[in-house]
Design a protein around this ligand. Structure first.
Ligand code: NAI
Ligand code: MG
Length: 497
């Protein structure tokens, strides 16, 4: 840690109007990694077995830049083996099994995740950089909840869509990102299995570790071989899954650019598609909101998971009459955020997932400065090694600035103002994206009328970044289409007639 002098700390304190800041430090409280088990090298998980790969690449811990393990990058032939295994398991076992039997396996996976929650949280934090507090309290519990929720639907599909006949699709090819590695795997695998499909999943290249643990859990749950196959690799491997002729359904979460490539690649084929892409969520603060709670919601909206959240509240829209108060309270609260070792239980903001992502954040922040917005960054000290970024907020932002339009995917907030609810709605919708929004107001009627006018898949009222397996999630416009979670999330994995 670069340590600050008492004088520097005192000046921070004056600026923020804060009485303690980081004048006193917490004692380190790192989570122990001694009991976690992982291999030095992973190939792929195909037909119920761990198999060797050909070419290997490392995954690092972004907080230390140390190599954790090596992972294989699957080529077309290896992807083909995984798809054949999934096909055979679908035709021979899974599609023929009684739905109540399928449910038992999915429950078992959910229970095993609960049993191994601590190990999974630590590995997720090591590989991806998110604070242990979040992987332990948010990611992993939601992963288990997702499997348990969809297990419940597996033998009730005819009640899920009354009056319709439903059947599974076949083999699902699923490609996921690095911001919620195990949670995105659960969002993909659980509904696919519950609907009676088999899967070939590819984790992101910077965060493949917990997917291999999920493979171990599938083995331990005695899941029939080939029902879940996991291949490692980067974009080329993802493309090989998407383009494989025997894939019946493609599910992708990631960047809008890759989403567009996928949509073009499978146009005109029989493949079904759901895309969950980027976002530039508006978090709208009305003057009648409970300001202190709203400030907590702003912090939660943009700094959760270092801002690597597709539904992050990255555009703050504040009613002009309260903007000074909100920004001042926000800065004070930002000063108290602890940035550092993700394994430390007191850490609020962990490591940026990769060097490439850190560079992207630097580049976009520079564009904000160049275009004339005013940057304020927390004065916290950053670890000397690893990829870290200070909590940042831009004021005096114009709609046309890149920082108001593009997804930064980091701990950087852009503040804009509005005068009337109509202006707030217009500004909120002035984006190519449409994934999420938040509204803070004391007036229920205002909350509902603004929520109804916003073209976003998820709108939170007086809260932000809340998730539940029963609640559907997904986008409008360039944020993608299709829903995950709830009954809505089952439908893309079913033929509903
Ligand atoms: P990406 O979209 O390239 O990566 C997501 C997944 O897609 C990874 O598993 C990757 O291996 C795979 N992939 C890459 N190219 C592919 C292709 N041609 N066909 C099939 N699969 C492919 O995202 P990246 O490059 O890691 O991040 C770039 C930006 O995208 C971020 O800065 C962020 O703004 C945004 N992003 C948004 C996410 C979201 O949840 N909305 C998640 C990840 C990134
Ligand atoms: Mg990693």
């Amino acid at each position: 840690m670069t340590t600050k002098t008492q004088e520097e700390k005192a000046s921070t304190r004056d600026m923020a109007g804060l009485l303690f800041g980081d004048l006193w430090d917490y004692a380190p409280a790192p989570e122990s990694t001694e009991h976690v088990r992982y291999a030095q090298r992973y190939g792929h998980f195909i037909n119920g077995q761990f198999v060797d790969g050909k070419d290997y690449f490392p995954t690092i811990n972004p907080a230390t830049e140390e190599v954790i393990a090596e992972f294989a990058a699957a080529d077309e032939a290896e992807v083909d083996r995984a798809v054949q295994a999934a096909r055979n398991a679908y035709d021979g076992v899974w599609s023929k099994m009684k739905p109540a039997e399928r449910a038992k396996y999915i429950y078992r996976i959910g229970r095993l995740i609960q049993e191994k929650a601590r190990e999974l949280s630590i590995l997720e934090t090591m590989d991806g950089g998110k604070p242990i507090r979040e992987s332990r309290d948010v990611d992993v519990p939601l992963v288990a909840a997702h499997f348990l929720y969809y297990a419940g639907w597996a033998d009730k599909l005819q009640y899920a869509f009354p009056g319709a006949r439903v059947s599974s699709l076949g083999v699902a090819g699923q490609v996921i990102p690095w911001n919620f590695p195990l949670l995105m795997a659960a969002w993909k695998v659980a509904p696919a299995l519950a609907a009676g499909n088999t899967v070939v999943l590819k984790p992101a290249e910077t965060t493949p570790l917990t997917a291999m643990k999920l493979a171990e859990i599938c083995q331990e749950a005695d899941l029939p071989p080939g029902v879940v196959n996991i291949v490692n690799g980067a974009g080329r491997t993802g493309a090989a899954i998407v383009n494989h002729p025997q894939i019946d359904k493609v599910a992708f979460t990631g960047s809008t650019d890759v989403g567009k490539i996928i949509q073009r690649a499978i146009a005109g084929t029989h493949k079904r598609l759901t895309l969950e892409l980027g976002g530039k969520g508006a978090n709208i603060i009305f003057e009648d909101a409970a300001i202190d709670q709203a400030v907590e919601g702003i912090i939660q909206g943009i700094f959760f998971n270092q801002g690597h959240v597709c539904c992050a509240g990255s555009r703050l829209l504040v009613q002009e009459s309260v903007v000074d108060e909100v920004v001042q309270k926000l800065r004070i609260r930002m000063e108290s955020l602890r940035v550092g070792d993700p394994l430390d239980k007191n850490t609020d903001i962990g490591a940026i997932n990769s060097r490439a992502q850190l560079e992207k954040i630097h580049e976009l922040v520079q564009s904000g400065v160049d275009e004339g917005a005013k940057l304020y960054q927390s004065s916290c000290s950053l670890p000397e090694r690893g990829f870290f970024y200070r909590p940042s907020v831009f004021t005096e932002v114009a709609q046309s600035h890149r920082i108001a339009q593009e997804e930064i995917f980091g701990p950087v907030l852009s503040v804009l103002t509005f005068r009337t609810p109509e202006e707030a709605m217009k500004k909120a919708n002035n984006t190519p994206y449409g994934l999420s929004a938040g509204i803070w107001s004391d007036k229920g009627s205002k909350l509902f009328s603004v929520a109804g006018a916003i073209r976003a898949g998820v709108v939170w009222g007086n809260t932000y970044n809340q998730f539940d397996p029963a609640s559907p999630f997904g986008g409008y416009k360039e944020s993608g289409f299709g829903r995950e979670g709830g009954l809505h999330g089952l439908k893309p994995y079913l033929e509903v007639r």
